[in-house]
Design a protein around this ligand. Structure first.
Ligand SMILES: [Zn+2]
Length: 447
């Protein structure tokens, strides 16, 4: 059945704001049928109802926000702190302990964390999540909650692999898990299967290649890894012992040296990087790294708050050089990372920090969390815009009315730049509330 949503403004990337518009979508097919101006009768009724049946304030429709890097099974009320004498390696060990993989109830514990993360995200307007998962336990929770996403089970194999033989470490079991998940989920329209080689210091290039070769017959949407997140990672691939060796010691029973000499984490894994790969963080990418990524269309997810948190003892720069990445032709999305390194899972909180750090306009920040993150998930043909034929992932926001003029129906073509800027800035402000959420045409949340 067609559903109609009316709004004072419709915002969608790369188009001017549309005053007094409506979005029509098919709740059975889950796609947008049309985005068009309201009729004059509709505008009259809409304005008469203001303050009676609706809360005061502007009603704005946007595409659902997209969190392009998350670990939903890592949930906590507060990020884990880094004490002055601690490194990211210490933080990682806290995370490993937090997962409670030794507990007989670990599946239930992780799935409850997924439920909490997704629920918090949905209430703040996120409709799609690029998730990394221990062994795909997020799938049934995503399915049940109605959220969209790509879930990438992660593997670790820092040692070199001889003759493609993976039998000495976890990946053999991992291939079985992936095969089962692919059979269960590959045809699902809303929840897709990815794969996550954890990070260069935890997956050697030969292991990366062997695992991907073993999975080559499966229908896998994307490869999702981490890159150049801390200085320790850079030093490790360059062959300098540091705190990351303690992580290997703890989980591998000994130190592990890099498989080949490399000048950077990206250089270390570059020979095995394929298309449809997205890398999170990129704090310590150099210009050659960015060129190599752009050439292969490897995309990146910027996680400014997590980067600032985990590189707290570093001098600036402590996060991705966003403008340089974009100037180099790398497609960039935005993600929160997990609640263990980020104080909230709200994508507008993340967007405000990105805006502040890189001098972005509010409109550019809006495009980062919609179109940019859709690109980071290789899903930009179907999500990230409110346009005919796109998925009906829609958020209805209430904006405080006192900071913005009322839209006029005749403003549709020549929209004053100041109004446009004020509209995006108001949308991004903490006073604006997420009021309703639809994903694939299903109504899933009302404030
Ligand atoms: Zn991460």
């Amino acid at each position: 059945m067609p559903v109609v949503c009316l709004a004072d403004w419709v915002l969608t990337p790369q188009q001017p704001p549309k005053p007094f518009h409506k979005v029509l979508f098919d709740d059975r097919l889950g796609t947008i049928i049309a985005v068009e101006p309201m009729t004059s009768d509709e505008i009259t009724t809409w304005q008469a109802e203001r303050g009676q049946t609706r809360a005061e304030g502007m009603v704005v429709l946007t595409p659902g926000l997209i969190n392009a890097h998350a670990h939903t099974e890592l949930y906590n009320d507060e990020p884990f702190p880094l004490e002055p004498d601690q490194t990211m390696a210490d933080w990682l060990m806290q995370v490993m302990a937090h997962r409670q993989l030794d507990s007989p109830d670990f599946e239930a514990i992780l799935q409850e964390a997924v439920r909490q993360s997704v629920t918090v995200m949905m209430k703040t307007g996120t409709t799609c999540i690029n998730d990394i998962s221990t062994r795909g336990l997020s799938f049934p929770v995503f399915e049940q909650l109605g959220v969209r996403g790509v879930i990438s089970p992660e593997f670790f194999h820092p040692k070199p692999v001889m003759n493609g033989d993976l039998s000495d470490l976890i990946p053999k079991q991992f291939i079985e898990i992936m095969t089962t998940l692919a059979h269960q989920w590959s045809a699902h329209p809303r929840v897709k299967l990815g794969v996550s080689p954890h990070a260069p210091y935890n997956v050697s290039p030969s292991a990366w290649q062997s695992v991907m070769q073993s999975l080559s017959s499966l229908d896998i949407w994307l490869i999702h890894s981490h890159i150049a997140e801390t200085l320790h990672e850079v030093l490790w691939v360059m062959g300098q012992e540091n705190a990351l060796n303690a992580v290997h010691e703890r989980f591998m029973g000994g130190t592990v040296a890099p498989e080949t000499a490399a000048e950077s984490p990206l250089d270390y894994v570059n020979s095995v990087l394929k298309s449809r790969t997205v890398l999170a963080h990129g704090v310590f990418l150099n210009p050659d790294d960015m060129d190599a990524m752009a050439q292969k269309d490897v995309r990146i997810v910027h996680c400014p708050r997590s980067n600032l948190w985990l590189n707290i003892h570093m001098p600036p720069p402590r996060t991705l050089a966003l403008n340089a990445a974009i100037a180099n032709g790398v497609k960039v999305g935005l993600g929160t990372d997990s609640a263990l390194s980020c104080p909230s899972l709200d994508m507008r909180d993340e967007a405000r920090i990105a805006q502040h750090l890189h001098g972005l306009s509010a409109q550019a920040a809006f495009e980062l969390v919609t179109l940019g993150s859709a690109q980071a998930m290789f899903w930009e043909e179907h999500i990230g815009r409110l346009e005919t034929g796109y998925q009906a992932d829609i958020v209805l926001w209430h904006l405080p009315s006192d900071v913005m003029p009322q839209p006029q129906a005749d403003m549709s073509h020549e929209l004053d730049e100041a109004i446009q800027m004020s509209l995006y800035a108001t949308w991004l402000s903490p006073k604006t509330q997420c009021h309703q959420v639809w994903i694939a045409g299903q109504h899933l949340y009302t404030r």
